[in-house]
Design a protein around this ligand. Structure first.
Ligand SMILES: O=C(O)C1=C[C@@H](OP(=O)(O)O)[C@@H](O)[C@H](O)C1
Ligand SMILES: C=C(OP(=O)(O)O)C(=O)O
Length: 423
């Protein structure tokens, strides 16, 4: 699909979409619990649907009841020899240790960009937990044979926090006394979210400085009621749209959330946007914007909306943490440089720092999502203040995390035309 976004002013209000990070974790916890969990405000993006399908294939019964999703489980009891995690990095890295709880040979697969993302961590770590594993040189598919034994272990957290999320969740259902030591953990707030959701489902982990994680006694996940929070990662695009092109209210955003991407508020404040954060509603408005400095090492998904913001800020914005972007749906440092370059915005990549030359004027152009949802959304936001329309190819990439994005942008006054492309 092609989407053409024309320059326009932003005004009005919208409710944030459900967080896929929270939804996927809740689905995994519900699978590990015995009984019926009800998930309110469920996410239905592709990554969330993939998680629901994995839970089904691992033995849970998933039912849509009114607006909610009910997951009834007896624990991990796989129906098939193969599961597919779609395109979700979190999905595969979280569900692999969970699948390994079963005493059965299982192949774990995925598609799209996931087949090129690194999984060698599992080859280093799972054998230490008595799980046999084979991969295609550190990539998918993974063939594993459990059952996983929870033991004291030391791991490297520098590539991604998602592997640790998987180990924590799996240990939560089998560990007696055990300790996970993590060196150089990145994306720490995502681990805070994991621990918060595990605790909601009845499993407590003691954590010291996000370096030592202690399981003190055997615990069980409980089937509960859970409400998915609004998604700061997706809402960040709408908040930036308001800051550069008008004013908007975004509802169902918890400013006390554990989600890392609520750090967008810090960036908007530094850039000089008008801000009125309530507890569950955030109002942002346009003012004169200036270049800012930000360390996004622990909130890497904010790079695309930060670049759309920086393109509208007078001066050179410096964002640290570029090395975290190499293994996302695309190599995001480079794709942002390429696609914003087409719109006349110069981006320099200097080691771990990105320099965005803002305030020089955004040009209407034809850009490509690189099949990366956050690149498509960043280009759509940049279009609001461009000198002409921006045409985004493979614009359907947004379905991975935020299928409602173009409709929400249009609800706020964005001029969005969708064109189906026939092969
Ligand atoms: O746990 C999660 O929900 C996520 C963790 C982050 O990955 P890294 O830990 O690899 O930075 C983030 O980029 C990803 O979109 C979602
Ligand atoms: C990188 C992302 O997700 P994941 O790693 O779960 O595929 C993302 O949502 O930007």
């Amino acid at each position: 699909m092609k989407v053409i976004v024309s320059p326009a002013a932003i005004t009005g209000s919208v409710t944030a979409n459900p967080s896929k990070s929270a939804m996927q974790r809740a689905v995994a916890a519900a699978l590990l619990a015995k009984g019926k969990t009800t998930i309110h405000n469920p996410g239905l993006s592709n990554d969330c649907l993939a998680a629901l399908e994995v839970a089904e294939n691992l033995g849970a019964m998933v039912k849509r009841v009114n607006e909610n999703i009910e997951i009834t489980s007896r624990g991990v009891e796989p129906f098939y020899d193969e599961i597919n995690c779609g395109e979700s990095g979190l999905g595969i890295r979280m569900f692999t240790p969970i699948v390994a709880l079963a005493d059965r040979a299982i192949t774990i697969n995925g598609h799209g960009s996931l087949v090129t993302r690194p999984m060698h961590f599992f080859e280093e770590v799972l054998p230490q937990l008595d799980v046999k594993i084979k991969s295609r040189e550190g990539k998918l598919p993974l063939e594993i044979q459990g059952p996983l034994q929870a033991k004291d272990i030391t791991i490297d957290g520098s590539l991604s926090s998602q592997f640790l999320t998987g180990l924590l969740m799996a240990f939560g259902s089998v560990a007696g006394k055990a300790k996970i030591t993590v060196k150089d953990l990145k994306s720490k707030p995502y681990i805070a979210l994991t621990l918060q959701i595990m605790e909601h489902f009845g499993v407590k982990v003691r954590n010291e400085n996000f370096e030592y994680f202690y399981f003190d006694k055997k615990q069980e996940y409980k089937a509960v009621e859970y409400t998915v929070e609004g998604d700061w990662s997706g809402a960040a695009f709408l908040l930036v749209a308001a800051a550069v092109a008008g004013k908007a209210e975004v509802h169902h955003l918890n400013t006390l959330s554990a989600q890392s991407d609520k750090a967008i508020m810090e960036a908007l404040e530094k850039a000089g946007a008008e801000m009125l954060p309530g507890v569950f509603t955030v109002i942002v408005g346009k003012r004169e914007l200036k270049a800012f400095e930000m360390d996004a090492t622990d909130c890497p998904d904010l790079f695309p909306p930060l670049v759309a913001l920086a393109a509208n800020c007078q001066g050179i914005t410096k964002i640290k943490g570029v090395s975290r972007l190499a293994h996302k749906e695309s190599d995001r440092g480079i794709t942002l440089q390429q696609e914003f370059g087409k719109m006349g915005i110069r981006i320099d990549l200097e080691g771990d720092v990105m320099l965005v030359h803002g305030g020089t004027g955004i040009k209407g152009a034809a850009v490509h999502s690189h099949n990366d949802h956050r690149i498509a959304m960043a280009c759509a936001v940049a279009a609001l203040t461009a000198d002409g329309p921006v045409t985004i190819s493979n614009a359907e990439a947004i379905n991975k995390s935020y299928p409602e994005f173009y409709d929400h942008l249009a609800k706020l006054g964005g001029i969005v035309e969708k064109e189906e492309v026939t092969a």
